[in-house]
Ligand binder design. Structure first.
Ligand code: ATP
Length: 314
């Protein structure tokens, strides 16, 4: 769905993206994270066709954005970090304008009213955009970029300025859009919130991708055999836990087992079916391992983010 190969972008005297390559699958929600100045905004602006890369290729749904930017834009909704609104237009007029700009025939303002309701601004339709508070402006901006139901939604810091209730609403909105089949990339520094709705995490540091993986925080829907990280905790320590767990003679593989020093806990990647997972647990118990807990490892995005950046810099 989003395929980026060898992307480089330079500002005068600054290479902001350096040989960036990744693929984002349809129907996923990717948290784009990284320290200040890492290149997140630049990457989103390249994906949205606003910045032409110096080298490399971006394909959205097979469309090369450099060759066919107008076609690519039809697939896209993009919320810029510093978006502008037409302050003299009312909320309804703003939404009508965006509907018209996308060629949507909107009799009775059905699309405009629907999207306003999704963002909780249906009672503000007659207010001037210029008189809205920071958070309400943010909600209007989000409504504008999804009114045409894009297949790909890119959002740069969408939660900034939103109150806690609206942030929870944003998480629900993102999950709802994902359920409708949208592919979503969200940049934010609020990792605890990204965790509520992201299926994947893409970490950028100093213009390079340093990690791209399923988060395990939210599964991609309906994927049998999706990769998860499992965590086994034992009631008492077992010497040589790595060897005791791997490889299971069950006709499927598991990833490298990483145990703690004491032999009480181990983690490994697993990509089998739920039935395979059950067989794996049966096997471990049959081997005599005192399994106290066997579950998906949901270590937080924050832990993984910090761990990855530290590893990359050491
Ligand atoms: P933040 O989390 O602070 O928003 P970011 O990850 O979005 O950061 P970018 O805004 O993409 O980072 O910036 C990447 C690098 O490019 C930074 O070193 C930044 O200083 C530089 N940069 C960004 N915009 C410009 C510009 N217009 N001219 C020159 N350098 C720029």
């Amino acid at each position: 769905m989003i395929d980026v190969q060898g992307l480089c972008f330079e500002y005068p005297a600054k290479r902001a993206l350096d040989e960036v390559s990744f693929r984002i699958e349809p129907g996923t929600v990717t948290a784009l994270v990284g320290p200040n100045g890492a290149g997140k905004t630049t990457l989103l602006r390249c994906l949205s066709t606003l910045e032409p890369p110096y080298a490399g290729r971006i394909r959205l749904d097979g469309i090369d954005v450099a060759e066919e930017p107008r076609r690519a834009r039809r697939l896209l909704g993009f919320l810029d970090e510093f978006f502008g609104l037409y302050d003299d237009l009312s909320v309804l007029q703003s939404l009508r304008y965006w509907a018209a700009a996308h060629g949507i025939d909107d009799p009775g303002d059905a699309a405009a009213r629907d999207v306003a309701a999704r963002l909780g601004i249906e009672d503000r339709l007659s207010e001037r955009a210029g008189s809205l508070s920071r958070g309400l402006r943010q909600r209007l901006a989000i409504a504008q970029v999804i009114i045409h139901r894009p297949r790909i939604l890119l959002m740069d810091e969408p939660a900034s300025g939103l109150d806690p209730e609206a942030r929870a609403g944003l998480a629900e909105l993102i999950l709802g859009l994902q359920a409708e089949g949208m592919t979503i990339v969200v940049s934010s520094h609020i990792l605890s919130e990204l965790e509520d709705y992201s299926s994947h995490m893409l970490i950028v540091d100093r213009g390079r991708i340093v990690d791209h993986a399923a988060t395990g925080a939210r599964a991609v829907p309906a994927v049998a055999g999706r990769q998860v990280r499992l965590r086994v905790v034992l009631a008492e320590p077992v010497a040589g836990l790595e060897d005791a767990l791997s490889p299971p003679p069950l006709g499927f593989e598991i990833g490298d087992v990483v145990a703690d020093g004491e032999g009480r806990m181990a983690r490994f990647e697993f990509a089998g079916t739920p039935r395979d997972q059950a067989r794996l647990l049966e096997h471990q118990i049959a081997q005599g391992l005192p399994v106290a807990s066997f579950a998906e490892d949901h270590s937080s995005l924050q832990d993984r983010y910090i761990e990855t950046l530290r590893k990359g810099r050491s």
